[in-house]
Design a protein around this ligand. Structure first.
Ligand SMILES: *[C@@H]1O[C@H](CO)[C@@H](O)[C@H](O)[C@H]1NC(C)=O
Length: 488
């Protein structure tokens, strides 16, 4: 904000507000904030007007391979000369990767540093970390409002790099998490030809369903890829990520909702002021609540240099994917979640499974369990399986994400991920563990009877492999080995 233009600028803003005030009043009371040279911003429902650039004090930090520490920094309310100095360090021959954090994070957060380091291993890039940590604090409604200013600031910087530093927009890739995904969209939108935006679980509250110029959307860059990891409804279970398909390609690992290995989240219904109440509750237990939300950047970071590819399959729903209906890949090949998403032609909604823990990528195998017709009563619990093959055994894998009911003729299917290449399957070890907590668990049988299990690897064309259970009693917590392929 430069003093010479300030009084006139604000006078103009007040005048505009006066003219448009009746229009605003008919909808709701809005307030307006204007910051040179970024423009004017209005409040929108719960979204507040942005705080001032000097208060948010956004820092742009530049990193390159040539040195371990940061190469240059600018921000706050930079003069054109500050931007020129920063631009002098950006090498337009190299591609540029921009990393933008989300709510409650800052530019020194672990994941931001890991992402920067992995990217510098991958290629000789200009890496720009956008640190808007001061503006990303409570209350959420203020951080959400600040997104609009930080988006404009990033846009302004990129335009300067383009106009004065020869940086090609097509060589720019913005990676944003949570609210940072919307900052990426808002920054890219006016420039029209940014090469790529990766949205890592774009924030849901106050952004889902908004007009496309007020959130991340597929035309904010030439290619927009999105990873959804916490897309349960915010009002009910406090999912932080949007369900909305906002990219050219939208990845839904593990269905895009609750991520395996993350603590279970109780379903709470919030009465009264949904938003206000929800944020207060979310604030007190934000670490466990953000586990699924954080997986989006964990998956992306792993994908940068890992030889294992997160193959993903076109599918219409999580249940179709779980049911093994989408295991094949179209002629153009499977989609690949993460860094290589732009190297494949797969578009639309893509589904995949991941491991429960890092490394998250592995070999996908579709597994079906069919319970015997002769089983009496029911059992409530979970199956654990170990694959046995010509090259060895897998680690013990969880069959389902949670305890299920198994009774006569129950058929249950899931897509599991193993880190081990077991070769050709020769058998499987099955263990059943009773679920707890529920009253029904007490009435549950102490055994299950399995008719058969089938397996199908998504990466191989080997077809289904079936192992018979011969209706044998499998006692709770005992390991049963199934290897017979006929007679069931
Ligand atoms: C810019 O990057 C290119 C490619 O990495 C390199 O050859 C060139 O020397 C760099 N220029 C400067 C001024 O560092």
């Amino acid at each position: 904000m430069r003093t010479a233009v300030e009084p006139f600028f604000f006078l103009l803003c007040r005048l505009l507000l006066l003219i448009f005030a009746p229009t605003f009043a008919s909808v709701e009371r809005r307030s307006l904030a204007c910051y040179v040279p970024y423009g004017c911003f209005y409040s929108d429902g719960h979204i507040k007007t942005p705080q001032s650039p000097s208060l948010i004090n956004t820092r742009f930090r530049l990193f390159q391979r040539i040195q371990v520490s940061q190469v240059a920094e600018t921000g706050g309310t930079p003069l054109a000369s500050d931007l020129d100095a920063f631009t002098g360090f950006v090498n337009a021959t190299k591609k540029t990767k921009v990393i933008v954090h989300g709510f409650l994070d800052n530019g020194h957060d672990n994941w931001v540093t890991y992402a920067k380091d992995e990217l510098l291993v991958k290629g000789d890039f200009n890496i720009i970390i956008v640190d808007w940590g001061t503006g990303a604090q409570w209350p959420y409604e203020q951080a959400a409002g600040n997104v609009f200013l930080v988006g404009a600031e990033l846009s302004h910087l990129l335009k300067h790099l383009h106009d004065h530093g020869g940086v090609n927009y097509a060589d720019v890739h913005i990676i944003g998490h949570s609210l940072g995904a919307h900052i990426a969209g808002l920054a890219g939108h006016p420039l029209t030809s940014i090469g790529r935006i990766t949205g890592l679980d774009p924030a849901d509250p106050l952004f889902t369903g908004k007009p496309i110029n007020r959130r991340l959307n597929r035309d904010d860059a030439t290619f927009v890829d999105v990873i959804h990891t916490d897309a349960t409804e915010f009002a009910v279970t406090k999912g932080y990520g949007t369900r909305e398909m906002v990219g050219d390609v939208d990845f839904f690992p593990n269905g895009g909702e609750h991520q395996p290995g993350c603590p279970d989240r109780p379903v709470e219904s919030v009465l009264g002021n949904l938003l206000q109440g929800a944020f207060e509750i979310a604030g007190s237990v934000s670490t466990s609540l953000s586990c699924s939300h954080s997986r989006a950047h964990d998956y992306f970071i792993e994908s940068i240099n890992s030889p294992c590819k997160f193959f993903a399959h076109q599918c219409s729903s999580k249940s179709d994917f779980d049911n093994g209906k989408c295991l094949s890949c179209p002629a153009g090949g499977c989609g690949v979640m993460g860094y290589d998403a732009d190297a494949t032609s797969a578009r639309g909604a893509l589904y995949l499974s991941t491991s429960y823990h890092s490394p998250y990528c592995g070999h996908e195998v579709s597994m079906e369990v069919v319970i015997s017709h002769s089983m009496h009563g029911y059992s409530y619990g979970e199956f654990f399986v170990t694959l046995v093959g010509t090259k060895g055994q897998s680690e013990e894998l969880k069959f389902s994400n949670k305890a299920e009911f198994y009774t006569t003729d129950t058929t249950e299917k899931h897509v599991l991920v193993t880190h081990t290449d077991v070769g050709d399957l020769t058998g499987v070890k099955v263990r059943f563990v009773r679920g707890d907590g529920l009253l029904v668990a007490i009435a549950s049988q102490h055994e299950v009877k399995v008719k058969y299990v089938t397996f199908e690897f998504t990466e191989r064309q080997s077809g289904k492999i079936k192992f018979c259970g011969h209706d044998a009693h499998i006692q709770v917590n005992h390991v049963a080995v199934l290897h017979s392929t006929s007679g069931c």
